[in-house]
Ligand binder design. Structure first.
Ligand code: ZN
Length: 327
């Protein structure tokens, strides 16, 4: 709020017109090559950045009044870049940090984030997980006396009046190993799933949710509709069912995935489903950081780099056994 005060509202309205924001349809074209602007976003805009963290997830949400939420922080090696990206977007502190699940490609960068910013609250899936990276993060949270929230379906987190997250996952009780296929990850299936809403705009953040997570949410009758879907599990073949896409009915899909990853993310099957459903798709491996912004009615997305449709719809082949590496 301090950054973008109400007195600038008139200027922002002008900026809305300039950027064509009042159009009700998302505008993104093949080969769109507009660089991310260093200019402050227009006031009244909710901004979401899918950060360029390589193979992993890192998404920054900045509410119109300047509340900040980081959903995952990428792998350890992306920590410095995540901190730099947050600073670049004017982040001074984080009102909330979310770890969707304890895999390293989602929490590895958190330590650098905690070392660099005051984090006012931390939310995660509440799963026990014995990795050194996760234990280190929990110690960091304890040392910083950061209030901890365990995500449970049905919670609602208001960032400011009119802007909130609804918690859709993990389920309560959590999925057990026996609920999930043997070659799959229960940590993924128990990802925190959040639906961010602002006016008529909504975005769904799925972490590394799997088919089982999607089915559970659909059975629970959750309002899954969202303009933008952060595709689950980097576009893995174990997520993003056709039924789920129909329930969410997004106009845009964002895939956070690393170039040259060995896991076969995103899977060709997933890309084919997105293409068939006519969902405009942006991938961080092709487009770098992606900005999504909305005034609560219309919305738009801005990739840092252009990608052709042929590149966009091309999935990858796994070169490792997904059983042992399924982050
Ligand atoms: Zn992951």
């Amino acid at each position: 709020m301090q950054l973008w005060g109400r007195q600038f509202f008139g200027i922002f309205l002008l900026a809305f017109f300039t950027f064509g924001l009042l159009s009700c349809r998302p505008k993104i074209e093949e080969g769109h090559d507009k660089p991310l602007s260093d200019e402050p976003a227009p006031g009244g805009n909710l901004r979401i950045y899918a950060l360029d963290v390589g193979q992993g997830d890192g998404l920054l949400v900045i509410s119109p009044q300047g509340k900040t939420v980081l959903i995952d922080a990428g792998p350890t090696e992306a920590g410095d870049e995540v901190v730099a990206a947050l600073r670049n977007h004017g982040v001074k502190q984080l009102d909330l940090a979310v770890a969707t699940h304890p895999h390293a490609d989602h929490i590895g960068g958190m330590k650098k984030v905690f070392d660099s910013f005051r984090v006012r609250k931390f939310l995660d899936s509440g799963q026990t997980y014995g990795s050194a990276t996760y234990e280190k993060l929990l110690r960091e949270i304890q040392e910083n006396k950061t209030p901890y929230i365990k995500a449970v379906r049905g919670q609602s987190i208001e960032l400011e009046p009119g802007v909130k997250f609804d918690v859709y996952g993990p389920p309560d009780p959590l999925f057990k190993e026996s609920d999930i296929g043997a070659d799959r990850s229960v940590q993924n299936a128990n990802s925190v799933v959040l639906r961010l809403s602002y006016g008529s705009f909504a975005m769904l953040f799925t972490g590394d949710a799997e088919f089982e997570t999607e089915d559970r949410m659909m059975k629970a009758g959750a309002n899954l509709q969202a303009n933008v879907l952060k595709i689950g599990h980097h576009g893995s073949r174990h997520a993003t069912s056709g039924k789920f896409l129909t329930a969410v009915a997004p106009q845009f899909a964002i895939i956070s995935v690393g170039a040259n990853n060995d896991y076969g993310h995103p899977a060709q099957l997933t890309m084919d489903r997105l293409k068939k459903a006519n969902i405009k798709t942006l991938r961080t491996d092709l487009s770098g950081e992606i900005e999504i912004f909305s005034d609560g009615k219309a919305f738009d997305a801005r990739p840092s780099r252009k990608a052709t449709l042929a590149q966009t719809w091309a999935g990858r082949q796994p070169v490792r056994n997904e059983l042992t590496v399924n982050p």
